[in-house]
Design a protein around this ligand. Sequence first.
Ligand code: NAP
Ligand code: NAG
Length: 235
Amino acid sequence: MSSPVLLVLGAGPGVGLAAARKFAQHGYKVALAARNPSEETSKAADLVVKIDFSDPSAVASTFEKVKGALGIPSVVVYNAYSWHPSEVDPFSVSVADFQTDLAVNTTSAFAAAKEAVKGFESLPKDSSKTFIFTGNILNVRQMLIFTSIGAGKSATAHIIANAAAAYLSKGFKFYYADERTPDGGPVNKDIDAHAHAEFFYNLARDPKQGPWLATFVKDKGYVDFTAADRAFLDA
Ligand SMILES: NC(=O)c1ccc[n+]([C@@H]2O[C@H](COP(=O)([O-])OP(=O)(O)OC[C@H]3O[C@@H](n4cnc5c(N)ncnc54)[C@H](OP(=O)(O)O)[C@@H]3O)[C@@H](O)[C@H]2O)c1
Ligand SMILES: *[C@@H]1O[C@H](CO)[C@@H](O)[C@H](O)[C@H]1NC(C)=O
């Protein structure tokens, strides 16, 4: 059997690099796509695609390249994000900057999920078919990071929820992965790339769809924070 393929869209020194190393250790071929792939990230990959996802049409061509060079990806991670700080006033961001951020945070993620599904349809029955979007707490606690508009995370979470339900019977898995602190808060700058890689690998290995809202804690894995999130919104 040929090696399974991992594709990370938006692969930098953080989550992308850690995931590349983790999956490679387990026999995956790895394709990484980023705007400015570093030498370190490139070394961890079998294929590097230099691309800008502020143009969502870049997504389909990335999948084409990966398919041609390594095969159809069975695990797809969308990790790119774009952020123009909004200060305290959410409308201090220009419409053009908002549009760019939304293209990277959501439209290209939508395009990636679409391409991933196209590929999943033609993969063997027993292969892991897993799409993971790297999220954060902004989809459920909108006001928590005051300098962020954060709209794209909510929108993409919505897409992931729909996809998880729609493709459940086919065994295609969809996750919005969100690392939290043990008490359910955002990890912010303390984001742990290795914890992401570990969690992603476990999601890929599990044959069954788990909760699409995949909140997780380092060294613990999935933790259900829906009650804490609801209490936060009610307060
Ligand atoms: N759970 C939490 O509380 C939490 C906290 C922090 C972050 N996060 C999430 O974690 C993810 C990223 O973390 P990370 O540590 O992996 O960051 P990272 O190492 O900087 O990776 C992000 C990658 O995305 C690429 N990228 C950005 N815009 C792009 C574009 N237009 N086209 C192509 N590639 C693009 C960047 O490339 P360039 O270097 O070329 O820009 C970079 O390589 C994000 O989704 C973020 O929202 C979650
Ligand atoms: C895009 O995502 C980043 C990271 O969560 C966030 O800071 C930014 O506000 C988001 N922008 C939009 C328009 O969604």
